[in-house]
Design a binder for this molecule. Structure first.
Ligand code: ACM
Ligand code: ZN
Length: 493
């Protein structure tokens, strides 16, 4: 997009802010442009200086404290003389700076004057990366956190345990590294192994990178299913005691954690306590999806557990386990989150109210959660939130399982019109997920993520009409080029 005198802020902004007033004149950013900040914004100004390649010192771009604004709210004023970002908090300053940085990219450094007053609609603006099916490097994970934060996203859900690999170190359990982190490719018989753990240093580095950008990292430890890798390392934690394999196939496996095994429960408590210490954020995801109960039915330990706990149905055993593990998370100082299966069969079980429910099998889980007084995160696979799904129905396109078109993403809202008002207040926001069964390289991941992730980010920030969003596709491609992101450029539906 060639910049010219007709460029307006509205044409260059993505996501669109809450309010924009066009001004007259232009501010030109060049190598002599300087940044200054009041003390509250020192960290943000340092980051701005680093990312824009500009010196701290003079007040061409000024961060100023302004009372009375909300946590993420900011006012960005651009005149031909100066750019001022006002906020009440460092986070508000970062959100304002991110809008400025997007404008610098979109305008080729010549920014139209005007005033932007802005804050997000939803509190939870998240994305998930599955780093188990295929390992994604810390460098790539940080790149995605950086890009997501530039577009106003503030939650990174890190899927760290699954059938095909365990990725988080837990002291006292060395076979997580020597066995559970390594997928032997049995089907390909070339003797290769895939994967490894993230080191504690890498996790701390990702965490610090995210914190600087006001992104909260949510680690996920899956309970009780998707556990083949753990069971391969510690077969005693399963009902049949194995042998188990770190899976080299995709799907849902009958081998799950044994709900009757006290050694397993001790492991989960250790894993949760240590994970809670490794991450600064207030949340810990406990999975819960796609866990068959087949093995539990013929397991004497599981039967004993049901008797001891007075449970009559096998579904209630998962409910029992969810409750116990959720309480471990609470005791470790975090809020537990589970996929929507955590609600199945638990109507009369009094699940801990602090359990947040992530709705993925459509929106029904979220509606049910809200009805039962649980906060919920909407990531329905039926409405564009699964970014491993194809961009369009086409033999030529990569992708897995289903379709999430750009138009679907552009229509997405976490609070659809059929949702009752009293349910809406339990909706924290939304999240897109990228599963990596068929994604072996970060460049493929980018093709699946972009531009859909950017459009999703807008819908959670300030929802726009589909037509207005689609009209901005050239701008989104420009952002991707500038940020060195592979981007899908095909049909929107
Ligand atoms: C999921 O997609 N199995 C949460
Ligand atoms: Zn069992």
């Amino acid at each position: 997009m060639q910049n010219n005198q007709q460029s307006t802020l509205s044409n260059l902004l993505f996501p669109m802010p809450l309010a924009v007033t066009e001004g007259s004149g232009l501010f030109r950013i060049n190598t002599a442009t300087t940044i200054a900040a009041e003390p509250l914004f020192e960290g943000v100004a340092d980051l701005a200086s680093e990312l824009l390649g500009l010196k701290l010192g003079g007040e061409d771009i000024l961060f100023k404290e302004e009372g009375g604004l909300e946590e993420e709210e900011y006012i960005l004023t651009i005149s031909s003389q100066q750019i001022v970002i006002k906020a009440s908090t460092a986070q508000g300053g970062f959100r304002g700076f991110s809008t400025l940085r997007r404008l610098i990219i979109a305008s080729d450094t010549i920014i139209p004057a005007g005033i932007i007053t802005d804050k997000p609609t939803f509190e939870w603006r998240g994305f998930m990366l599955d780093c188990c099916r295929h390992f994604l490097s810390p460098t790539f994970v940080k790149k995605m956190i950086g890009v997501a934060s530039l577009f106003g996203m503030n939650r990174f859900h890190w899927h760290l345990t699954d059938d095909q690999g365990w990725r988080i170190p837990i002291d006292g359990y060395p076979r997580l590294e020597s066995v559970a982190s390594k997928r032997v490719e049995l089907s390909y018989t070339d003797g290769r192994t895939h994967g490894r753990l993230y080191t504690k240093e890498e996790i701390a580095d990702v965490q610090a990178y995210a914190a600087r950008r006001f992104v909260i990292v949510i680690p996920e430890i899956e309970v009780p299913g998707h556990a083949s890798a753990l069971l391969a390392a510690y077969p005693d934690f399963g009902c049949t005691k194995g042998p188990y394999e770190v899976q080299d196939r995709w799907g849902i496996f009958d081998e799950v954690m044994c709900a009757g095994n006290d050694g397993l429960m001790q492991f989960l408590e250790d894993a949760i306590n240590q994970t809670a210490k490794l991450f600064d954020g207030p949340y810990l995801h406990i999975g819960g999806d796609e866990a068959p109960h087949t093995a539990w039915k013929s397991c004497p330990d599981c039967t004993r557990r049901m008797e001891a706990e007075g449970l009559s149905k096998i579904d209630e055993l998962q409910g029992w386990m969810t409750s116990v593990v959720a309480r471990m998370v609470t005791k470790a100082g975090k809020s537990p989150i589970g996929w929507d299966e955590v609600l199945d069969g638990t109507e009369n079980m009094n699940l801990p109210k602090e359990l947040i429910v992530q709705s993925w099998r459509g929106s029904a889980g979220g509606l049910e959660a809200a009805k039962r007084g649980h906060y919920t995160i909407m990531s329905p696979n039926t409405d564009g939130c699964y970014l491993d799904y194809h961009h369009i129905e086409s033999e030529e396109e990569m992708g897995n399982l289903g379709v999430s078109t750009i138009e679907q993403v552009a229509r997405f809202t976490p609070t659809p019109s059929h949702m009752a008002d009293e349910a809406k207040r339990f909706v924290l926001g939304g999240q897109v997920n990228l599963w990596t069964e068929r994604i072996t390289k970060s460049r493929q991941a980018e093709y699946m993520l972009f531009p859909r992730l950017l459009i999703f980010a807008q819908q959670l920030w300030q929802s726009q009409s589909v037509a207005d969003t689609l009209a901005k596709r050239p701008l989104l491609e420009k952002f991707c080029d500038h940020l060195d992101l592979v981007c899908y450029r095909g049909p929107s539906a």
